[in-house]
Design a protein around this ligand. Structure first.
Ligand code: ATP
Ligand code: MG
Length: 170
């Protein structure tokens, strides 16, 4: 499979391959074009998979000017863009009680888009329905980025991913 192939896996899921951090950012930037208020996106994948790279590209697509890094000390950072962007890094999260006390579930998220790294550390019951972005590191160091939509409402991201093509190499 080449990186230009976008293969529909089962229904409501799609996998795209990216060959560099810039391609991952470009894919995420494109996906941000279909973002709507209230969207929640779980970024799943091991350390160094590319979750923060995805967040940086998504932020660019929302017109965020600030530099997006992992919010290591605050579980959540907020950025102003076309829609407010809430970027969470839950790696150090110690249970859902801490999430509630730490203001992780904020009603303002309904007006923006929430990207959560290590979202699997938050009890699913506390989280609204979300697009799952699962990043796998392939043996040649490229990334397989699989999007799973739990409902039709989030399938617009799958359609955007299916249309996306990497820039041809210079
Ligand atoms: N196709 C690719 N997509 C994204 N990152 C890539 C790709 N190929 C190589 N990389 C490299 O992988 C690293 C990804 O780092 P990043 O901080 O985004 O990971 P992360 O998933 O956020 O990790 P953590 O769980 O530690 O927060 C970067 O150093 C980046 O340059
Ligand atoms: Mg990260």
């Amino acid at each position: 499979m080449t990186s230009t192939d976008a293969v529909r896996v089962p229904r409501r899921a799609i996998a795209v391959e990216t060959r560099s951090q810039d391609e991952t950012r470009a894919l995420a930037e494109c996906l941000a074009g279909v973002a709507l208020a209230g969207d929640r996106i779980a970024l799943v994948g091991p350390l160094g998979a590319g979750k923060t790279q995805f967040a940086k590209g998504f932020a660019r697509g929302l017109g965020v000017d600030a530099v997006v890094n992992s919010p290591s000390f605050t579980l959540m950072a907020e950025y102003a863009g076309r829609l407010p962007l809430f970027h969470q890094d839950l790696y150090r999260l110690d249970g859902s009680a801490e999430a509630l006390e730490g203001g992780l579930l904020d009603e303002r998220q309904d007006e923006g888009v929430t990207l959560s790294e290590w979202a699997e550390r938050l009890d699913r019951a506390l989280d609204a329905e979300r697009l799952e972005v699962r990043i796998r590191v392939l043996p040649d160091d490229s990334r397989s980025i699989e999007l799973r939509a739990p409902s039709e409402h989030l399938e617009r991201y799958l359609d955007a991913a299916a249309r996306w093509r990497p820039e041809p190499a210079p």
